[in-house]
Design a protein around this ligand. Sequence first.
Ligand code: PLP
Length: 376
Amino acid sequence: MIYFDNSSTTSVRPEVLDVYTKLLKDTYGNPDSLHALGRRSHQLLEKSRANIAQLLHVNPSEIIFTGCASESNSLAIIGYALANEHRGHHILTSNVEHASVAHSMEFLKRFGFEIEELKINEQGIVTPETVKNHMRKDTILVSIMHVNNEVGSINPIKEIEKIVHSNPICAFHVDCVQSFSKIDVPFEILDMATISAHKIHGLKGSALLMKKNKIQLVPLIQGGQQEQGLRGGTENAPANIVLAKTIRLALEEQEAGYKHVKEINEYIRKEIMKIPNTQINSPDDAIPYILNISLDMITSEVLLNALDQKGICVSAKSTCSSHSSNASSVLLAMNKTQKSATHMIRLSFDKNNTLEEAKQFIKACKEIVKEYGLSL
Ligand code: PLP
């Protein structure tokens, strides 16, 4: 089995699983309970928060544990907008955000917020000029992803941050799900940032929102004092505790992982172009972890299934929109042809992939093209 779908989710690291299993058995106390078992869970939970904060260069009170990045994004956007509506009702985002951002924005319209979707350019990014041209006095929030999950384009968030913060009432939220532990994330200059554990060899049902102390949010899950009153419900202590190890190991491997994946990406970029009528949809300077390609003679679904039969897992569009059959809206927003948008597949790599797998992938593509009666 060749797994080129790491942007959808990753395998759990054995070291993480070992600790988690142990915690499930021994550390089942509710961190809010006052007895010894509860106090032990609380102590480990807060140690994990402090360790994560240190790794991200923020304060422990700025780490909010959540159940998934979709929740973090929803909390950041809806929670911030509702807590700050007295300041203004204008919000900026891009037209290619993850569904959890796009749908949160849509939800806010019901409360009278004015949402403006900024158009990405042909390289798949929101330019700082675009943000500048749309900022208003009553803009209270800008939410833009760091790395696009379908094509891997990298938004210039440092430049965008300067523009956002030129308005003192405006906060900047960045969805860092596809960038964290792959490229550096400047947490120190962001107001809110989203990370998901299962994209970095951690557990599903585990994520966080980094939120600076000065940022006010209203909770989406009502219920209790947990997570500074921002997320009611008994803490998932074992998952939150093991997130510190997941993050530490991911960051330790960032540099070597990037180099390794770049080699695989470059090999496929070079070899796939030898197949006639092939397009590379990811920009040249995209993150090497994601490679979006189209074989013009085979539709996404057919290619995905043919690769699947050969034991190769890839995605067509991002996984969260994989059950809708229309063309990739990201590619259309980048001004790619309708054909590219309906014939694309996304490969997403990680440290466990090998160059040998990349060679097998190219061989499989050539076989599929032949099997479908197309000349090479
Ligand atoms: N944001 C981006 C950019 C993603 O790619 C994803 C998942 O694919 C998410 C958010 C949602 O992550 P989760 O599955 O943890 O909710």
